[in-house]
Design a protein around this ligand. Structure first.
Ligand code: ARG
Length: 709
């Protein structure tokens, strides 16, 4: 709390801007890596000794060559000359759960490969390096056929067969960037601490500070004998990377420089008030509510069975993270000062726009506002429908049989044959989760029908058959309905599915209650989606004008585009925060916090006994801080979001000091509104990571690969 003196707090309040208009505070910004020259001086002022070329350079190894997009949804960093990659435990979660069985439960027990041979291939997992990025705006917008131009640009890159390319619009389509990537598909699982460490604190502590989570896991990139990407093969060898990060054990303190490089997925920092309102007041509470309904059912069943737990672990983690995210954003956005500030800024902008040379600038805010009013109920209904039913196997199978239904109607024997074969291969009746999904369906039907006017229900729910079943089972009408569907429908019952595929008939399907539900659901969904898409297209056009107007309003500002899963850099400092008068958070937690929160056998706060004993003995060796404690998690004011998970936190000398894994509750508005008072990154201290690998995991061979400086 010492770093949060009164003076510091006062300065923060002065620069508190929340602004889509003013970029007052240096730690806001998910910057494009090729722009680093434009702000490297600011970085130097904060203590960075790297040059712009050390960070992003096309002619020699630079920092960007040590960063990977992990599986397309997280970030990882290369930390050894043999392609070793650190990322978060929650990023490796799906892979770890997928490799686990009740007998070899890596999720619960952890895992450390003791040789290359024991490193386990992960099907479907890949990592991607950024080769280069280029502004291709003029090549696209000056082309008589912009779509053709985009295609050609991509083909030019991909012709060699070495790289893939992607073009992303930024600033709502006012600019275009071409990203060139190299992807590796043989990624192997090297090790993880038990989930009691990697997910310590569980969903209770998720999105919260103070925190003591060992949220890391370890993978390795494999390449062919020419050090090139290749599909999995037993002959592949550890990849020798262009660059990898050295590691610092020097430790951190408030005020130190810190930067994060990674692949933030999505922010919407430039929205007008009317869109913010639509999201926060209408859509987000729906998402929170519907995720919650599914989760409560899943969690109950997971607690009762290890098989169900492993089968649903990854989905549960994703949903629980989303449920709390939407609650966090709506809660943080209850701070009325955010809205007042934004309103004031928009009004000032409007004054300017009124007299600007473009009528479109003057009109755009009003147009967006009426669009939002018009579209609000459609967007909200779409949210209910999207979450409400799309995860249900009955509805999924109902849509999977559409090609077969079409073939049956055409009476085309060969099409029927091939559609049937496809279904036999692709549709699985997962026995382990069927009972749970049935209850999830009941909970969702109940939540949906209680929240949405009857006119928007899938029509089958209001027809005789369904109504009769519900009337007869008033104690739990929706469970009765779900039971009925799982017994009677060929989309819910595996034997009936088999006999349907053995002699498929359109008539049988059309009489089937599950198919009727699926069809009437799909009809609602597609009506709603068509409307929503039309609104979104209109919105996209308006947002392009809005963004252009904002940029014209403040031509001197250095802008950064919203996150879109491309490589970004954010720099700032190790810094705590203060919530209310006299309440302030320190920047670092240590092992004492782990022991304080430890609850033996608890689902969220248990710890391996061996760790508890090690912590009590306080033998931390070179991983101890100046007081002899073991640092666990720390805070910095770096500007990150989901997708940055697993990103390296790097000190002023370019050394790895931590792995970013979360944001704090008070800063949850951050994807919509950057608030410098609260927006923080939570990272696992690299000293705790190495302690877990070495002292707890005994994986000395991995420690020996690292470059510790
Ligand atoms: N909140 C983190 C993020 O979205 C994910 C943390 C995962 N941990 C958990 N307990 N679910 O990046």
């Amino acid at each position: 709390m010492l770093q949060f003196s009164f003076v510091r707090k006062a300065t923060l309040i002065l620069v508190f801007s929340l602004s889509i208009f003013l970029n007052g505070f240096s730690n806001e910004g998910m910057w494009l890596p090729m722009d680093v020259k434009r702000f490297i001086q600011n970085m130097e002022k904060l203590g960075c000794t790297l040059s712009a070329d050390d960070i992003y350079n096309l002619n020699r190894a630079s920092l960007k060559d040590a960063i990977v997009h992990f599986g397309g949804f997280c970030t990882g960093e290369v930390v050894s000359s043999q392609g070793l990659v650190f990322t978060n435990h929650h990023c490796g979660y799906d892979a770890i759960a997928g490799l686990s069985t009740p007998e070899h439960n890596y999720l619960d027990s952890g895992y450390w490969a003791t040789s290359f041979k024991e490193e386990l291939p992960v099907k479907g997992l890949f990592v991607t390096f950024l080769v280069r990025v280029e502004d291709v705006t003029t090549r696209i917008t000056y082309s008589p056929n912009p779509e053709e131009a985009q295609k050609r640009l991509i083909e030019e890159v991909e012709a060699s067969g070495k790289y893939t390319a992607k073009i992303t619009p930024i600033y709502y389509g006012n600019q275009y960037l071409l990203w060139v990537y190299q992807t590796f598909n043989d990624i192997r699982f090297v090790g993880t601490p038990p989930a009691s460490i990697g997910k310590f604190g569980g969903d209770t502590d998720n999105w919260m500070w103070p925190r003591q989570t060992g949220d890391f896991s370890v993978f390795r990139i494999y390449a062919n004998s020419n050090n090139e990407p290749a599909p999995y093969s037993a002959d592949n060898v550890p990849y020798s990377p262009k660059n990898y990060l050295p590691i610092s054990l020097d430790g951190i303190k408030a005020g130190d420089f810190s930067m994060v490089m990674g692949f933030p997925a999505r922010t919407s920092r430039y929205l007008p008030l009317s869109t913010l309102k639509q999201k926060v007041i209408n859509e987000y509470p729906v998402l929170n509510f519907m995720f919650g309904k599914m989760l409560r059912v899943m969690e109950k069943d997971m607690a009762g069975s290890i098989t169900v737990k492993l089968a649903l672990a990854s989905t549960q983690a994703r949903f629980a993270n989303a449920e709390k995210y939407y609650l966090g954003v709506t809660t943080a956005m209850k701070d009325t000062s955010i809205w007042f500030k934004r309103a004031e800024e928009e009004n000032k902008f409007q004054q300017w726009a009124k007299y600007s040379s473009y009528q479109a600038y003057d009109e755009v805010r009003g147009k967006l506002q009426s669009l939002n009013e018009k579209a609000s109920s459609t967007f909200t209904l779409e949210a209910y429908l999207r979450i409400g039913f799309s995860l249900n196997p009955i509805i999924q199978r109902g849509s999977a049989i559409s090609p077969l239904m079409a073939a049956l109607k055409e009476k085309d024997a060969s099409k029927i044959q091939s559609a049937t074969t496809k279904l036999k291969e692709s549709v699985v009746f997962e026995e382990k989760t069927a009972a749970t999904y049935k209850k999830v369906l009941a909970a969702l039907l109940q939540a949906y029908t209680a929240s949405v006017p009857e006119a928007a229900w899938p029509s089958w729910l209001t027809e005789k058959q369904a109504v009769k079943i519900m009337r007869k089972n008033q104690a739990d009408p929706y469970l009765a309905l779900a039971d009925f569907l799982y017994n009677e429908s060929f989309l819910g019952n595996p034997e009936k599915w088999q006999s349907f595929l053995n002699s498929p008939s359109a008539k049988t399907a059309e009489k089937d209650p599950g198919f009727q539900l699926a069809q009437s659901y799909q009809q609602r969904m597609s009506e709603t989606r068509v409307k929503a898409e039309a609104y979104r297209a209109e919105e996209a056009e308006l947002m392009k004008v809005w963004m252009k107007a904002l940029m014209a309003y403040q031509p001197e500002r250095v802008w950064y585009p919203d996150a879109n899963s491309t490589l970004r850099l954010t720099y700032g400092q190790i810094e705590g925060y203060s919530t209310k008068d006299a309440i302030a958070y320190d920047v670092l937690t240590d092992h004492t916090g782990l022991l304080e929160k430890y609850v033996p056998s608890d689902a969220e706060f248990d710890l391996p006994l061996r760790l508890v004993n090690l912590l009590k003995s306080k033998k931390f060796g070179r991983y101890a801080d100046a007081n002899g404690n073991l640092p666990v998690n720390f805070l910095s004011n770096n500007d990150i979001t989901g997708g940055n998970s697993g990103s390296p936190v790097i000190d002023g000398k370019g050394r790895l000091i931590g792995i970013a894994f979360d944001g704090n509750w008070e800063g949850m508005a951050g994807d919509l509104v950057f608030d410098p008072r609260y927006k923080r990154t939570i990272s696992v201290d690299i000293r705790y990571v190495l302690f877990c690998i070495e002292q707890l995991g005994g994986a000395h061979r991995l420690i020996a690969e690292l470059r510790i400086q």
